[in-house]
Design a protein. Structure first.
Length: 283
């Protein structure tokens, strides 16, 4: 029986002399970990290691009854995306985000489709809108959809009023003169309404508004992260400081960054599964 499914590689790391441990986001399996034995062995169509790359649409076959699956077959579903510069770092951010917050084996077809659209969009446009749209899709898929219509008391959002966003309460009204010391993340009802229109359609949103929206999605995602920082954020900031330019060229160093980031992003999540599961015979 053919059990191939569309899938993406979120991260990968070396396993033994000639193997790989990969974190997979599959259309049928959801997020799961897989072991690839003989990954660098040459075969028709190239080695499995050459195919199991981030941003490469795949058809993949997984077997095994343990939490750690065995990757039996991999094919390219279409031409992979060669993300560069900010798009590359944004793609790595999405991969780490999914690795951190997605429950294992939860099938999420709408989120899987949203991820494919996000990677395709990163290849064509500036990343800000793509990242914010995907973050909202992720929150909705996990049951944390942002309520743009009413405040924490169930009252309709008033266009002329001001609000702060709290992860467990949503938008909370802030009367004039009751700002917290140093508080900057306050939103008018008109801004909140513009975010709602943008999230439901392709309504325009300015660069400044997208930055404001980023403050909301970051707060909303923080409860899912349980206080853990994302490595890609600090990596991106460090690269920007070192390069001193808004765009990074796609060079050998950039490809090394992908490899290094895959090792970094895959280490904690995959090892947690492999320690208990690789002792079993994956037949």
């Amino acid at each position: 029986m053919n059990n191939e499914q569309p899938a993406w590689v979120l991260s990968r790391k070396s396993y033994g002399d000639n193997g790989l441990l990969v974190e997979i986001f599959g259309a049928v399996s959801g997020r799961c970990s897989g072991v690839v034995r003989g990954a660098h062995r040459k075969r028709r169509g190239g080695s499995m290691a050459s195919l199991l790359q981030p941003f490469q649409p795949l058809l993949i076959s997984l077997v095994g009854r343990s939490e750690l699956k065995a990757v039996r077959q991999v094919e390219s579903a279409s031409v992979g995306y060669r993300l560069r510069g900010d798009a590359l770092m944004s793609g790595l951010y999405l991969n780490e985000l999914l690795t951190r917050v997605l429950p294992r084996f939860d099938v999420m077809p709408e989120l899987f489709a949203a991820y494919g659209r996000a990677i395709d969009s990163l290849n064509e446009t500036a990343p800000d809108q793509t990242l914010r749209r995907f973050e909202l899709s992720l929150l909705t898929s996990l049951g944390y959809q942002i309520n743009w219509v009413t405040d924490d008391c169930g009252e309709p959002i008033q266009l002329a009023s001001r609000y702060r966003y709290e992860s467990e309460r949503g938008f909370c009204g802030v009367p004039v003169g009751s700002d917290r010391p140093g508080e900057v993340l306050l939103y008018t009802g008109e801004q909140i309404a513009s975010f709602a229109r943008w999230s439901e359609a392709d309504a325009p949103l300015s660069r400044e508004a997208l930055q404001r929206l980023k403050g909301i999605t970051r707060i909303a995602l923080s409860q899912l992260m349980a206080g853990r920082a994302l490595h890609t954020r600090s990596l991106f900031r460090g690269l920007k400081q070192r390069q001193g330019v808004p765009e990074l060229d796609a060079t050998a160093e950039e490809r090394k960054q992908v490899a290094d980031s895959n090792e970094l992003l895959g280490s904690s999540e995959v090892e947690g599964v492999s320690e208990s599961a690789t002792k079993e015979d994956l037949r």
